[in-house]
Design a protein around this ligand. Structure first.
Ligand code: NDP
Length: 251
């Protein structure tokens, strides 16, 4: 679909399952070399095997995106194996639900560190590669929850996801000098293991309320990320696209 993706080196944080796996598979089908960065080994190995079974190229690396040393090591391992990073998909995230009255300060910090600080850390670690190459692409997985809507139990999550959009506007201005773009995909409800944990009742009522009458597929997000990474999107930066089946449209 997008010839400019072939042979590109792509980091997908949280690429071992869910949306990240979908992004990784979509890019691998275009001939990119994929580094899956996540904490857990089994899911990451399974994703690499699935990509290789389709004839793609992928490897995995243990990484905690909230930890600066771990993120720097992950980028170094990627470059040693595949060469300079061309595209960063900053996707890893968690969405534990807790009402404000029960939410503890350390639980707030954990969500902020994993979802928001991680975006800064991963971008920062890739800047030298983009500067040296004189080009680069960053795609952030944000959410509609926070920037557009609220949802009970997700004040911390929503703040982290809105924070990502605030971050990328200034990042876009600073990275433009390296011919590097940064944009965000804002998923609605996408069917992943993480979302499945919210239970049948949530999933059923959510699907019924969406104008396109289904939860999103992980490839729906992968395809939007692929567009932002392509040459065809080279003049778009600091922007975001909502991929939600029409969920946020007014009645
Ligand atoms: P999943 O729980 O299915 O997958 C999360 C991925 O992130 C896993 O690969 C996990 O691997 C990784 N991860 C979590 N914490 C860390 C960490 N500290 N360091 C490295 N990797 C980590 O989630 P989804 O695929 O559903 O969500 C992915 C992203 O999409 C998140 O940013 C989420 O906020 C966003 N999103 C999802 C929506 C949905 O409907 N599913 C809607 C809107 C946004 P491991 O645990 O092994 O580290």
């Amino acid at each position: 679909m997008f010839s400019s993706i072939k042979d590109k080196v792509v980091i997908v944080t949280g690429g071992s399952k869910g949306i990240g796996k979908g992004i990784a598979q979509v890019f691998a089908r275009q001939g990119a070399k994929i580094m899956i960065a996540a904490r857990g080994k089994e899911d990451a190995q399974r994703t690499v095997a699935d990509i290789e079974a389709e004839g793609g190229t992928a490897a995995w690396c243990t990484c905690d995106v909230a930890d600066w040393t771990s993120v720097k090591e992950m980028v170094a391992v990627t470059e040693e194996l595949f060469g300079p990073v061309d595209i960063l998909c900053a996707n890893a995230g968690i969405f534990p639900q807790k009402k404000l009255i029960d939410l503890e300060p350390d639980e707030w910090d954990q969500v902020m560190d994993t979802n928001l600080k991680s975006t800064f850390l991963c971008v920062k670690a890739c800047i030298p590669s983009f500067e040296a190459a004189g080009k680069g692409r960053i795609i952030v997985t944000s959410s509609i929850t926070g920037p557009v809507t609220g949802y009970p139990g997700w004040a911390h999550y929503g703040a982290s996801k809105a924070g990502q959009l605030g971050f990328l506007k200034t990042a876009a201005m600073e990275l433009a000098r390296y011919n590097t773009t940064i944009n965000a995909v804002m998923p609605g409800n996408i069917m992943t293991e993480g979302l499945a944990g919210l239970g049948e009742e949530y999933l059923g009522s959510m699907a019924a309320s969406i104008p396109l009458k289904r939860l999103g597929a992980v490839e729906d997000i992968g395809n939007a990320a692929l567009f932002f990474a392509s040459d065809e999107a080279s003049y778009i930066t600091g922007q975001q696209i909502i991929v939600d089946g029409g969920q946020i449209l007014p009645e």
